[in-house]
Design a protein around this ligand. Structure first.
Ligand code: WT7
Length: 659
């Protein structure tokens, strides 16, 4: 197993669920959880079939729960039909929630806009009718490159209403990344905005789309719809570009939802893998929605009076499942936030919880860590300076939360009364997999605790054999589940080899190393492949290396992760130039040039925190780069490992020197 895996923390604190919470919980007490686990283990198909019937509106009921005939290309509810958007909108209006607030939108500058379920329904219908009027239909692919907004949620829902497959590209990604995704997904439509606003700054979006178009190969894109967010000036192509408000303004406010097969792709979302270009993770309609809806009820204990706030961006899977689909499928009121946690100051989250009476708050460890720092420096932005009494449940996602950050979150935000659900899952899993249930599970800081009912998570060795409690191994899911990835768009072979390697007996390989303790609690130790986790976002080391090598000065590059107090992991790049190795001011200048380059090629999240130059990289005699050594060097530690297979040991000295 890879050396990147750190040993598990020794953590002995246990926090049982508060009695008051247990009493009112959707899944209340150990026995209720055990009953669901037993049901799912005894008769998985019966279990999933029952839940799918009880929780979703089917326009054509399914007769088969799981089709395993072409494993690992599983089909769930494969002869059933439904519409995801109708399950999120009409379903709630029909049960009397039309006037309930669906979204409370808070803009970067603080302006608040609310829409009810009925209003959201009308907006989605108008947008869908607009798309229809342009000839878009079931199976077409749309790229959505929008800031956090009601429009972003509505655009995704409008696509879902017509069976158009959306692929959301995070607004922080560069034109290059956007271009790659437009081509790979074969998009005929792009929906964007003139600009986005973050932390008081206006950041162009439409120009990045224009740049992507300019890179060529985008001829199949027939329209670019532009949401006017700021009114900033934009270039215009009359044949292709169209203001979103012009398109929707005279459209009818009802639009019949198109029933699609349960297996129809709802969306494709790109994520980093260990090698090569990002993978287009394809999700289904029926199975995905089922889990988005259920995990809201189970993990987040969703109740009619809750105000739910997931701080993720819809550009990530968390924003898909726990903003656009899960909360709406449950008829909840939720916050959609445009801005950043530190603007106008680091008290923004707490102030918003207070202002909107948020009861369930879901964020990432990296945000928590940065706010700890800020509130230690300034009492005015400390959570204790705000009224957080509306909170009843907290969540964490994206990376392991270190026990100290967990304790701070628990004491200062949760006031020692709110359970914390540390949810382990991935873009590929569609929804939560391993997580505490707030009315059931004793919490251990740093552990995502136990598997959800129906999810057969386990730790195995390299042959797929179970390992004993306390032993590290590969995290796998033994049986398929409804919200699992269906394939990698356009690359079924890569889907098979990445996630279902032969030696693992058909289990789904998550790519994380983990171990399980004697209470069946999981402890995630890190990725087993060359994937970094920076601020809860996945980055392939290969992706960053390829971008570096694409720069005219660079001959060779190796990228590794280094533990970072704020971002979890930081990118460190070791670079060999085509010219003489620079030092002093020149090295500083070239390092800056390369960092800006990465920002442009991939996006600011991929910017190396540090770049070091050398005449060569440490390689084995067969020419393989020895990353484990680079990881040690990046941490500033002394190399004590065996370097006998190293071709050029002297190179390590050179690489230990920061620029
Ligand atoms: C990878 C998936 C799930 C949505 C956001 C990230 C890491 C995620 C946890 C957690 C420990 C976690 C894993 C996983 N991860 N949540 N609660 N504890 N690690 O989605 O970009 O697909 O990344 O994030 O390494 O494999 P993603």
């Amino acid at each position: 197993m890879s050396n990147s895996i750190q040993s598990v923390l020794v953590e002995t604190r246990v926090f049982p669920p508060p009695e008051g919470f247990v009493k009112q919980a959707n899944i209340s007490g150990q026995a209720a959880y055990q009953a669901l686990l037993d049901e799912s283990d005894r008769d998985p198909n019966g279990f999933w079939g029952r839940l799918a019937k009880e929780n979703l509106h089917w326009t054509k009921p399914f007769t088969q729960v799981l089709d395993e005939s072409n494993a690992p290309f599983y089909k769930w509810f494969g002869d059933g039909e439904l519409n995801v958007s109708a399950n999120c909108l009409e379903a709630n209006i029909e049960r009397g929630l039309g006037d309930k607030v669906a979204i409370i939108f808070e803009a970067d500058g603080g302006e608040v806009t609310k829409v009810t379920y009925h209003e959201l329904y009308e907006r989605v219908c108008q947008m869908a009718n607009g798309l229809k009027s342009l000839g878009y239909k079931t199976g077409d692919r749309a790229i959505i490159y929008l800031p956090m907004s009601i429009e972003a949620v509505a655009a995704m829902q409008a696509c879902a209403r017509l069976g158009i497959i959306h692929s959301v590209v995070f607004g922080g990604f560069s034109s290059k990344a956007l271009h790659e995704r437009i081509i790979d997904v074969g998009a005929s439509l792009v929906i964007t905005a003139d600009e986005q606003v973050r932390g008081g700054k206006q950041i162009p979006l439409k120009p990045a789309v224009d740049e992507a178009f300019g890179m060529g190969g985008c001829d199949i894109v027939r329209h670019c719809l532009v949401y006017k967010r700021t009114g900033g000036s934009v270039a215009w192509d009359d044949k292709r570009d169209m203001w979103l408000h012009d398109l929707v303004k005279d459209q009818p406010k009802t639009c019949e939802a198109v029933p699609v097969n349960a297996e129809h792709p709802l969306f494709i979302l790109y994520t980093s893998g260990s090698t090569g270009k990002p993978k287009g993770v394809q999700h289904s309609s029926g199975g995905y929605l089922l889990w988005a809806k259920l995990t809201m009820q189970w993990t987040f204990d969703a109740k009619p009076d809750d105000v739910f706030w997931c701080t993720a961006d819809v550009g990530w899977v968390t924003g898909h499942t726990y903003i656009t689909y899960g909360p709406l499928a449950n008829g909840m009121t939720q916050i959609v936030f445009e801005g950043v946690p530190t603007y106008p100051n680091a008290g923004r989250f707490w102030e918003m919880i207070q202002r909107h009476h948020v009861s369930i708050f879901y964020t990432a460890p990296t945000a928590i860590r940065s706010l700890i720092k800020a509130s230690e420096a300034n009492a005015a932005v400390h959570p204790k300076s705000f009224d957080l009494s509306s909170l009843r449940l907290l969540g964490s996602v994206g990376e392991p939360i270190n026990p100290e950050a967990w304790m701070w979150y628990h004491i200062n935000v949760g006031q020692e009364r709110c359970p914390i659900v540390d949810t382990w899952w991935q873009t590929e899993t569609g929804g939560h997999m391993i997580t505490p249930l707030p009315g059931v599970t004793p919490l251990k800081p740093g552990s995502c605790t136990t598997r959800l009912p129906g999810i057969t998570a386990a730790i195995v060795d390299e042959t797929g054999g179970d390992v004993e409690a306390g032993q590290g191994g590969f995290l796998v899911i033994k049986r398929p589940w409804p919200s699992m990835i269906r394939t990698i768009w356009g690359d079924p072979e890569r889907f098979k080899t990445s996630y279902f390697p032969e030696e693992l007996r058909g289990y789904y390989l998550a790519g994380d190393g983990a171990q399980c303790d004697a209470d069946n609690c999981f402890w995630i130790m890190g990725r087993i492949d060359d994937v970094l986790n920076v601020s809860g976002h996945r980055l392939g080391t290969m992706e960053v290396e390829s971008a570096l090598v694409a720069h005219e000065l660079v001959a060779e590059a190796a990228v590794v992760g280094r533990p970072d107090a704020t971002t979890g992991e930081a990118v460190v790049a070791f670079v060999v130039l085509k010219r003489a190795t620079p030092d002093g001011d020149e090295a500083v200048a070239i390092a800056k040039q390369l960092r800006d380059w990465i920002s442009k090629e991939i996006g600011p999240i991929a910017k190396p925190k540090e770049i070091r130059f050398g005449d060569n990289l440490p390689k084995t005699r067969s020419g393989k780069i020895m990353r484990r050594l680079l990881r040690v060097v990046a941490k500033g530690e002394e190399v004590t490992q065996d370097v006998s297979t190293l071709e050029n040991p002297a190179i390590l000295d050179q690489l230990t020197k920061p620029v």
